[in-house]
Design a protein around this ligand. Structure first.
Ligand SMILES: [Zn+2]
Ligand SMILES: [Zn+2]
Length: 416
């Protein structure tokens, strides 16, 4: 399946030629041993890991590559998480020399983003050795970074090869496996947002890509318990789904098939957590909890009628400044550039209301999303306890302002 997806989809009815830049994917028990073979032809390799991923996979990768290593970067952050910020990028950039031919990252989200971004800037190929099936960004084009305190996604370079050894994946912390499942099951929400925006705004939509993502979601839904129980086969299938969704983002050229309102809420909790030095869940866990919130919001919209458009710009700006403090200017600038607040789309919404309701009704209900949360071994009340209802309500109203993407959050804010 994954080997088929590497080839892309040509002559798609949507009019786009779908391709992805990744050339090799090795997922399975013992996959790490394929690394030397994949690295044939490269003599000066820079190995990148952090203290934890070095222990679980980096050291073994180093031994396998032995004489070919030019250098290594092992981030030491103590018991704090590694943050993909300016400082971490500079550390990595400083280790790249004129002779470096390849970057091999060993890790998951943050290591992958740092390597991806550096590979792009330095015009080098890179491979990722995954240490956890924790998120779908392994093979996506964008790198998720925190720059000037803001979460930004920059265009970067996907890995040329992905190696995921299920013997390593099964040693990942439980919450990282839960996060990977959560990131995938949260796609129920973003797929629905994609359809919604295609309907309301005429945004580009590809049924084939939509179906591929949907199939991956259903597969992971079926093996949720097995993955959480660390069964290697299920972890391999989960990893395949995560890698595949990265390809599907490459197919359309952005993260639309994989990120919608649920991701915007999760980014809100992460950004405000960083700004206010407040705790937040790891990405995919925030995503699945947030998908419960957006499911509830869809039900609310479904039970209402569109209201005429009214925007109080001063009140909005006050709220943005309250929530985003030092990053508020960036948020306001983005929305001024987008100009969506200046458009009264009430008539359009009314004209399409019947169809809008049909689309919204396709998404799982709040109760169904809560059941998925439970099967992952998570408890929604933990989410409410950590953030409090007020912060969750703020996210529903203002998380959309972090992004330039239409979702049910906009529909609910403007017309319901
Ligand atoms: Zn297509
Ligand atoms: Zn995600």
């Amino acid at each position: 399946m994954i080997q088929e997806l590497i080839k892309g989809i040509h002559d798609c009815p949507c009019g786009k030629d779908h391709s992805c830049p990744t050339e090799a994917v090795e997922i399975g028990s013992g996959a790490l041993e394929k690394l030397p073979q994949l690295c044939a032809g490269y003599e000066k390799i820079l190995l990148v890991a952090d203290q934890n991923t070095y222990r679980v996979g980096g050291e073994a990768a180093q031994q396998l590559l032995s004489g070919k290593l030019e250098g290594k970067v092992i981030y030491q952050t103590g018991d704090k998480p590694l943050i993909p910020n300016e400082e971490a990028l500079e550390t990595l950039a400083a280790a790249v020399t004129d002779k470096t031919q390849l970057i091999v990252g060993v890790g998951s989200g943050v290591i992958n983003d740092l390597c991806k971004q550096t590979a792009f800037v330095k015009d080098l190929p890179y491979f990722i050795v995954a240490t956890a099936p924790s998120m779908d960004g392994y093979t996506s084009v964008g790198s998720a970074l925190i720059l000037k305190g803001m979460k930004v996604t920059l265009t970067a370079r996907p890995p040329k090869a992905v190696v995921a050894d299920t013997r390593i994946l099964k040693t990942a912390p439980l919450e990282m496996i839960q996060a990977g499942v959560g990131d995938i099951l949260g796609k129920h929400s973003c797929l629905n947002d994609w359809k919604l925006s295609a309907l309301i705004n005429g945004e580009y939509f590809c049924q084939k890509v939509y179906d591929l993502v949907y199939e991956a979601v259903v597969r992971v839904q079926q093996l949720t318990e097995a993955a959480v129980n660390r069964e290697e086969e299920a972890l391999g299938a989960l990893m395949e789904a995560l890698v595949a969704i990265g390809f599907e983002m490459s197919y359309v050229g952005n993260s639309r098939p994989a990120s919608g309102s649920e991701h915007h809420l999760s980014h809100f909790f992460e950004i405000t957590g960083i700004l206010d030095d407040a705790p937040y869940f790891c990405h995919g866990i925030d995503v699945i909890y947030s998908a419960v919130v957006t499911a509830k919001l869809r039900e609310k919209v479904l039970s209402s009628q569109p209201k005429p458009y009214h925007h109080d710009a001063a009140a909005w700006e006050k709220e943005i400044r309250r929530l985003y403090s030092t990053s508020a200017d960036e948020v306001i600038k983005l929305q001024k550039k987008m100009g969506w607040y200046d458009i009264d789309g009430y008539q359009n919404i009314c004209d399409k209301w019947q169809k809008i309701c049909e689309v919204l009704a396709e998404a799982p209900t709040e109760a169904q999303m809560l059941e998925m949360v439970r099967r992952i071994g998570l408890d929604y009340s933990e989410f409410v306890k950590l953030y409090g209802q007020k912060k969750i309500d703020d996210a529903v109203l203002y998380a959309k302002d972090l992004k330039d993407r239409y979702t049910v959050l906009w529909l609910a804010y403007q017309y319901c």
